[in-house]
Ligand binder design. Structure first.
Ligand SMILES: Cc1ncc(COP(=O)(O)O)c(C=O)c1O
Length: 450
């Protein structure tokens, strides 16, 4: 049994009351603590980051070699052929029509820069009043004040609402499993699409962009939309020249079994905001990929992109990003995510026999389960059980790193888990994950009922 130490350091930690095992290394899909205990990384760390697994020598070597050669460069005076080569490669990996890239240090910055780019697009078209963004409740887009504001994860944003100008707009999330009892998926979709149409009508010439995760990650546990949802949302956006920003921070770079999550739903996006898997965790990295028509408007305006950060577009990031793409493309990891992801989903679906596992969802190796008290009414579990967090804790004892989350139903009630293991997962490791999870659910339930 691993020893669990209460932290006694100068770090600011999330939970002072908890104790944590000491992590010392990772290799492939496994993490190891200081006592040599092994944990299968079923969450992809926190979360959905470790696409190529831990301890990848080729990426580590690329990082070290570039750090020795040139880590950063004076971007105001030079251009870097390495960065240019990386951007070309990124655009080739993106869906057709994406011809411009920009890198920064992570997902929050990718979203912030996407919002700024959308605003600049409208300014360039002579529409300075397009200053509002439409996000969706139950979505997370990052941790800056604006990203929290545009996002709709109440648990994370409520502490900061006093800092928000509150001018941004929100739609209900699209959760097919949680649609009102008795309502068809079609009627549910109609209602959500009408909600956007009404919002646009109520705010003529004010909305710059619509922002959404193709499949909602941490807030809901890999929830995808109803079949024509994004296509119909896009029709409204196109009709009013509202840009569509796909938050691909979790769903990008092969996670869902396609290069980008939005490709499952017709690729209606104008901007892809990326991070996490883009570097597999080997370097803090994010990117914007921009559709040609949008980039052209900015180019024709004669202005530069009004954004600049120390770590934007640096050679070190390009070297790591290229090495990670070599792994993803060269080793067929997108196909593996689709194939092993399909297997894992089928195995997770066997847990539906458990009285409290209500739903299994997701694409590729981006999967979630939702717990319920009653499968017919879909009533959530007693919040005092903190069930998903108990499963997460039990799973650690079964050698699994998982991510449990709460608030699935109404920001407070509801429990789910998100699974996003490295894309190198094998079917044997998928079996190991499901066996450990099944035992963890049993342990958590026994503890709640004791
Ligand atoms: C969908 C989504 N968008 C944005 C972010 C923010 O990314 P970062 O934590 O790299 O700033 C996250 C982080 O989890 C995310 O899941």
């Amino acid at each position: 049994m691993a020893s669990y130490r209460t932290l006694n350091s100068q770090l600011i930690v999330a939970d002072y009351a908890r104790s944590y095992p000491e992590i010392v290394r990772g290799e492939g899909v496994y993490l190891y603590d200081s006592e040599g205990r092994r944990y299968l990384d079923a969450a992809g760390c926190t979360a959905a980051v470790t696409h190529i697994g831990h301890g990848d020598a080729r990426v580590a070597e690329a990082l070290a070699a570039q750090a020795k050669t040139l880590a950063v460069h004076p971007t105001h005076l030079f251009h870097s052929p390495l960065v240019e080569a990386y951007f070309e490669r990124l655009c080739a990996f993106a869906p057709d029509g994406f011809s411009r890239a920009w890198t920064i240090s992570g997902g929050t910055e990718a979203i912030e820069n996407s919002l700024k780019l959308a605003y600049q697009y409208h300014r360039a078209k002579g529409r300075p009043k397009r200053t509002r963004f439409v996000g969706r409740w139950d979505s997370y887009h990052g941790n800056s004040v604006t990203a929290l504001d545009v996002g709709g994860m109440v648990g994370r944003r409520s502490f900061y609402t006093a800092l928000m100008p509150s001018q941004h707009l929100h739609l209900r999330s699209c959760q097919p499993y949680r649609r009102p009892a008795g309502q068809s998926e079609q009627a549910y979709e109609d209602e959500l699409v009408t909600e956007l149409a009404d919002l646009v009508e109520a705010h003529p010439d004010e909305i710059a962009a619509f922002v959404a995760e193709p499949l909602v990650g941490s807030a809901l546990g890999a929830v995808g939309p109803t079949p024509a949802y994004f296509e119909r949302i896009a029709e409204i956006c196109r009709a009013h020249d509202i840009l569509i920003i796909a938050d691909e921070v979790m769903t990008g770079f092969g996670r869902t079994g396609r290069n980008f999550g939005c490709e499952h739903f017709g690729t209606h996006a104008d901007v892809l905001a990326c991070a996490k898997g883009i570097s597999g965790g080997y370097l803090p990295l994010g990117a914007l990929l921009v559709r040609d028509e949008v980039a052209e408007v900015l180019r024709d305006s004669g202005d530069p992109f009004f954004s600049g950060q120390t770590y934007a577009c640096i050679p070190l990031a390009a070297a790591v990003g290229l090495a990670v793409l070599d792994r993803i493309e060269g080793d067929g990891l997108v196909d593996n995510a689709r194939e092993v992801g399909g297997y894992l989903k089928a195995q997770l679906s066997t847990l539906l026999e458990h009285p409290h596992v209500g739903d299994v969802r997701g694409e590729g190796l981006f999967l979630g389960i939702e717990f319920v008290a009653d499968k017919t009414t879909k009533a959530p579990l007693d919040p005092d059980w903190r069930f998903s967090k108990r499963v997460e804790a039990a799973a650690l004892h079964h050698g699994l790193v998982t991510l449990g989350a709460r608030g699935t139903v109404d920001h407070v009630l509801g429990d789910h888990m998100l699974f996003a293991p490295p894309l190198i997962l094998t079917t044997a490791q998928a079996d190991e994950l499901v066996a450990g999870l099944s035992a963890s659910i049993d342990d958590a339930l026994a503890a709640c009922q004791a």
